[in-house]
Design a protein around this ligand. Structure first.
Ligand code: WQD
Length: 323
């Protein structure tokens, strides 16, 4: 019996694969390698190169590997790109999920985990975001994640599947330098890219209603994201019948852009003082998770802080950019 991990060769997926293998759980990876890379997979993990939209392939993989549960991580994840290409995002993130769910349901798979996102909340006007904070996604990307949660919940109820959706907050860091994020779409890698080019990092707005005027987020180490998945898998394994969970994965601690730059300067030894530019449209001032429900339901809490996220991300960046 194995767990199918879609998107398992990607940045987050490969961390989940590694944590599952370390926990002694047998896995098979499905990845179209559009952004994934087979070198991220531990030796011996079977990789099927293909799309979540390929129903015949899914049927084959589920049968051949006697799949008992699915971790659906494969998705497009760039907010800005989703605004330009909504149909592509709905196809990959919603239709791709629908096909995986249908294949799983028809094969009698009884456990399903969806990787979701804090993007489902949009601009939450609260100090800490709980799972019952109303969802109001601001981008097609966030919409596809919310629709995905509904699809998973409805399918779980109709077909007797235990389901978990994990809403990731701001993911950073790397478990090993080789597993670092190759994308330059988020604050930490964007700052590294500026520093590597000898330029000051950009701060998108310093006039927000926060103590230092810069935006506050809940940054979470990708290795912690991975162990949260393992905890969810244990819950689904032991108790598929009454598991229908939607959980934040965060630390419950807000860190501002200025504070992040301070830590980046300290960790890298570079001058990381920022250059303030205009606000980026659509950025909420503050998004910080309540991490209470996941602690209660899964007994999981984050182990790493911002220093470890930045030090490990920097080691990964240096490995990929030896110059
Ligand atoms: C963080 C903060 C920026 C770059 C996005 C998605 C979210 C999730 C994670 C997928 C913001 C500021 C950034 C820079 C800056 N994605 N910033 N200078 O926007 O919180 O979340 O990624 O699930 O859905 O919306 O993350 O890393 O882009 O930005 O000042 O060069 O850093 O304004 O306040 P964000 P981010």
């Amino acid at each position: 019996m194995s767990w199918l991990i879609t998107g398992g060769a990607g940045f987050i997926g490969a961390h989940v694969v590694r944590a599952m293998v370390e926990d002694g759980i047998s896995v098979v990876v499905l990845d179209d390698l559009s952004t994934g890379d087979p070198v991220r997979l531990p030796a011996g993990v079977p990789l099927v190169n293909g799309s979540t939209l390929d129903r015949a392939l899914l049927d084959r993989v589920i049968a051949e590997h006697r799949v008992e549960g699915v971790l659906h991580i494969a998705a497009k994840k760039q907010v800005g790109e989703s605004v330009a290409l909504p149909l592509h995002y709905y196809r990959e993130n919603v239709e791709g999920l629908r096909v995986v769910l249908e294949a799983a349901a028809e094969a009698g798979v009884r456990r399903f985990l969806l990787s979701s996102s804090a993007a489902v909340y949009g601009m939450p006007d609260v100090e800490t975001v709980t799972e019952s904070t109303p969802c109001a996604p601001m981008s097609p990307y966030g919409e596809t994640k919310l629709v995905g949660e509904w699809l998973v919940r409805a399918t779980g109820r109709a077909h007797g599947m235990g389901t978990v959706a994990l809403r990731y907050f701001n993911v950073a860091g790397a478990a090993t330098p080789e597993l670092g994020d190759p994308g330059v779409f988020n604050l930490v890698p964007m700052v590294f890219e500026r520093l590597a080019a000898g330029k000051a990092p950009l701060v998108f707005g310093a006039d927000y209603p926060t103590p230092d005027g810069t935006c506050i987020r809940d940054y979470i180490h990708v290795a912690d994201i991975a162990t949260a998945h393992v905890a969810a898998v244990h819950r689904l394994r032991d108790n598929p019948d009454d598991t229908e969970l939607v959980l934040n994965i965060g630390r419950g601690e807000g860190v501002s852009v200025s504070e992040m730059l301070d830590v980046i300067g300290r960790v890298t030894g570079l001058d990381a003082r920022g250059e303030v530019v205009d606000r980026r449209p659509g950025d909420p001032a503050r998004v910080v998770a309540s991490a209470e429900l996941i602690a209660k339901e899964l007994g999981w809490t984050a182990q790493y802080g911002v220093e470890e996220m930045i030090a490990s991300a920097w080691a990964g960046w240096q490995l990929r950019h030896p110059e």
